[in-house]
Design a protein around this ligand. Structure first.
Ligand code: GCU
Length: 601
């Protein structure tokens, strides 16, 4: 018994070295990089001829070899350099008419020269590739990444050459039952290298990652960690916040890891004052600078507290759909447009559905003071009992948190959207909650749940997952899928949990410019009427602390074919995909302006 007690006491003093979930390089925008964006040569490969031989076994001479005939008699049946090109970043669906509905493999090739300096390391970084990416450099496999919305990087230090490097990526966007998301989604399966690609040069031992945020509920206690990567892992360094007159020393252990914890007198980040500090992490062999905001977010009963004060999240849901041009949004300009529209609506909050958006969105939200709900695509009927599916979801969750854990704007990590109640699903999602808490104890955890009718007048939120969430999310479509708009007038909302509620989806469709009476489906007047009844209902929910109407802008969906109205678009946007504001936009805008006025009193 004594030995056991001794062991327990020893374990208690070992610093909790959080398992490094990814080898992701943090804050690439603060590093020396070379962009590989632009035109890439591509080969469409619906039968994966460039990967499998005729017996469907992985071929040693696939397209990744980028082979050329050596004699006039040689047989090579592909040639990247005379093939068509596609722009990177960008989905392939909206670049060529014949690719709009394409689901399968497209090979990408980029040739580049690179003169690597001595004693440095080189990595190739992808903002995202939807859905499955196999990456090769000069014919050598670097690795595979699964998941269409999170970044990844591979080291190429010992493979890169001065001239004519051949970087080849097999991107496969085929949907799979066991994948995350699974086969069925209400968004377009945009495939390709959908975000930026760049080379990152680092010192031999560099500051790979760090977590520097206020502890949950604190307004002056900063805690976190620094992680070095390389062969000189024992280093002494400093975390500096010059404007706050902070400089704290750390010493990394044999794993290159050091925990940090110190007090600081800070101007806290908030929508009214989105204060960002220059933060420097300096080790003996590397120095990286970031822009970080500090705020605390927590709940107390049915209140959400930002920096200790109750807030109401005036939100809107957003898909990563490019305004005006359609396709995957990926640029700073796209983020300025989408978040600018959210601000015009009166928002202090956005739900980035249904997957992690590009980093420009989150960094812009940091600067604009817009709080963010970020989620992984555990959407609808996931294969809950498949271990590989859980591992996939865990990896995408870890990558989402790895990239955005230092962004003050992100206040909520969401585990799932509209998943069916069941034991296997609950077990799966509880594991995601546990992983989230192990990676980041500073933010709130939620999920978009469904409610059920207790009786004709009562909507009940009692999903068993609610017990494990900090904040309840709920999607409801009263007036669209569920009765007519005035049905909302007679509904009462209840929950078994003493927790805040964010109505994470509600609304209905309208084709911009289609007009009629308030009960004619698809008219702007029907949508406007629906929102008027919704707002009256929302005002009556005592534990409501946030709203995210579905959705800011119309978006492409394969599930919405209605000719002349949907034309493969979901028309629930408050704004059309051409940037035209529908009448319902102004109903929500007025609600948010009233809310802002009352809460500021
Ligand atoms: C669901 C789902 C959305 C979908 C929306 C709709 O709630 O979460 O992804 O687009 O309803 O039906 O429009």
């Amino acid at each position: 018994m004594k030995a056991l007690l001794l062991l327990i006491s020893l374990l208690a003093v070992i610093p909790c070295v959080r398992a490094q979930q990814t080898n992701l390089i943090a804050n690439t925008q603060g590093r020396k990089t070379v962009s590989l964006d632009g035109q890439w040569q591509t080969i469409i490969d619906p039968y994966e001829t460039g990967y499998y031989d005729y017996r469907y076994l992985p071929s040693a001479d696939g397209y990744f070899k980028d082979a050329k005939p050596k004699t006039k008699s040689d047989l090579i049946e592909y040639d990247f350099d005379t093939s068509e090109s596609l722009a990177v970043p960008g989905d392939w669906n909206t670049q060529k008419e014949r690719l709009l509905l394409y689901e399968g493999t497209i090979w990408y090739k980029k040739s580049f020269d690179y003169k690597k300096k001595p004693n440095t390391r080189l990595f190739v970084y992808f903002g995202a590739a939807n859905y499955l990416a196999d990456v090769y450099l000069n014919g050598e496999k670097l690795g595979r990444h699964e998941g269409g919305f999170t970044p990844f990087n591979f080291e190429v230090t010992n493979l890169v050459r001065d001239k004519a490097n051949s970087l080849i990526v097999k991107v496969d966007n085929q949907r799979r039952r066991d994948a995350v998301p699974t086969l069925n989604t209400d968004w377009w399966n945009y495939g390709g290298l959908t975000r930026e690609v760049k080379l990152i040069e680092t010192p031999a031992t560099f500051v790979q990652d760090y977590f520097i945020q206020l502890q949950k509920g604190s307004r002056e206690q900063i805690s976190g960690w620094v992680k070095l990567n390389g062969d000189k892992l024992n280093q002494t360094g400093t975390v500096q916040i010059p404007e706050a007159r902070v400089s704290r020393t750390f010493t990394t252990d044999a794993n290159g890891y050091a925990q940090i914890s110190f007090n600081a007198d800070l101007t806290l980040w908030s929508p009214d004052n989105p204060k960002l500090y220059d933060v420097v992490v300096e080790a003996e062999t590397d120095r990286v600078q970031d822009l970080i905001g500090f705020r605390s977010i927590e709940t107390r009963g049915s209140e959400i507290l930002l920096n200790g004060r109750p807030i109401f999240l005036r939100g809107v849901s957003i898909h990563e759909e490019a305004p005006f041009r359609g396709g995957r949004a990926f640029s700073q300009e796209d983020s300025l447009t989408l978040l600018g529209w959210a601000k015009e609506l009166g928002c202090n909050f956005v739900r980035l559905a249904h997957y992690p958006h590009n980093e420009f969105m989150v960094r812009q939200a940091d600067r604009l003071g817009i709080m963010v709900w970020s989620e992984i695509p555990v959407y609808w009927t996931i294969l809950w009992e498949n271990p590989a599916t859980l591992e996939n979801a865990q990896t995408q969750l870890s990558e989402m948190i790895a990239r955005d854990k230092n962004r003050a704007a992100v206040i909520i990590w969401s585990m799932a959207n509209e998943t069916p109640i069941g034991d296997a699903r609950l077990s799966f999602l509880k594991k995601l909650v546990e992983r989230t808490k192990s990676l980041d104890s500073t933010r709130l955890i939620s999920a978009a749940l469904e409610r059920h009718y207790l009786d004709e007048q009562t909507e009940m939120i009692d999903d068993p997952l609610g017990e494990y969430l900090d904040v309840l999310g709920c999607n409801e479509y009263v007036g669209w899928y569920d009765g007519l708009p005035e049905k909302a007038d007679r509904l009462e909302w209840k929950t078994k949990y003493q927790k805040p509620l964010i109505m994470s989806e509600f609304g209905g469709g309208a084709l911009y410019g289609k007009h009629g009476d308030a009960l004619t489906r698809w008219t702007e007047e029907y949508q406007e009427n629906l929102y008027q009844h919704q707002v009256k209902m929302l005002k009556r929910i005592s534990f409501l602390r946030g709203t995210c109407p579905w959705i800011l802008m119309d978006f492409r969906s394969p599930r919405r074919p209605l000719p002349g109205i949907q034309d493969f678009h979901n028309r629930k946007g408050l704004i059309s995909d051409r940037g035209e504001r529908k009448k319902a936009f102004y109903v929500m805008q007025q609600y948010y302006h009233e809310l802002e006025a009352t809460l500021q009193k």
